[in-house]
Design a protein. Structure first.
Length: 195
């Protein structure tokens, strides 16, 4: 039973990674910019100004939240940095305060950034490989976001392209943390917290 669930998660990740890769590969630079503007417009209703939010820098063919973050009226944005097996969050002081992390992700330089507590933020933008309409999220499989979000009570906003949304429940485990909202370039939906 456990191996069957692992196989289903592996297969779902492979399917949705391929969907995302094909979608991004078929888009022109202008079309991807338009996706970013639409994502920003859809996300703007969730973001409150004069607050702290956690964002991320895209990796590979993930949806890029940079335009949405730039369009927002949020006062302060922090970003994740992998330290050991954990995510810590930092507000970079300038655009030059970034470095490549252990997984090739662009992360804030600790020495030039201010660390913030996740629990002091209004919400967090969470990348994923796939999302379902019940708030389920399949990440990359390393569990960084699931571990840090386990006791987090703020908004957990999954970001992806519309091709990453599954109308069927994803194969999830008990440690997989559901999102409160899902935002794509085409839609936004809030998830009933009873799910």
């Amino acid at each position: 039973m456990v191996l069957e669930k692992i196989d289903r998660k592996f297969d779902a990740r492979a399917e949705f990674r391929l969907r995302r890769k094909n979608f991004v590969g078929q888009q022109s630079a202008a079309a991807l910019q338009e996706c970013g503007r639409n994502l920003g417009a859809n996300l703007s209703g969730l973001l409150e100004q004069d607050t702290l939010w956690i964002g991320y820098r895209k990796h590979g063919d993930e949806v890029d939240p940079a335009l949405a973050i730039g369009m927002s009226k949020v006062e302060k944005w922090a970003y994740p940095k992998i330290i050991g097996n954990d995510l810590k969050f930092f507000v970079p002081q300038s655009e030059s305060d970034w470095e490549s992390g252990p997984w090739g992700l662009l992360e804030p330089k600790v020495q030039n950034s201010m660390e913030v507590d996740l629990h002091s933020s209004q919400g967090i933008l969470v990348p994923g490989v796939a999302f379902d309409r019940m708030g389920g999220r399949l990440g990359s499989g390393r569990g960084f976001y699931d571990r840090v979000l386990h006791n987090y009570s703020g908004k957990k906003v999954g970001l992806g392209f519309s091709v990453q949304i599954s109308n069927e429940p994803l194969p999830l485990d008990g440690h997989d943390v559901p999102m409160t909202d899902i935002v794509t370039e085409k839609e936004i939906f809030s998830v009933d917290e009873r799910n």
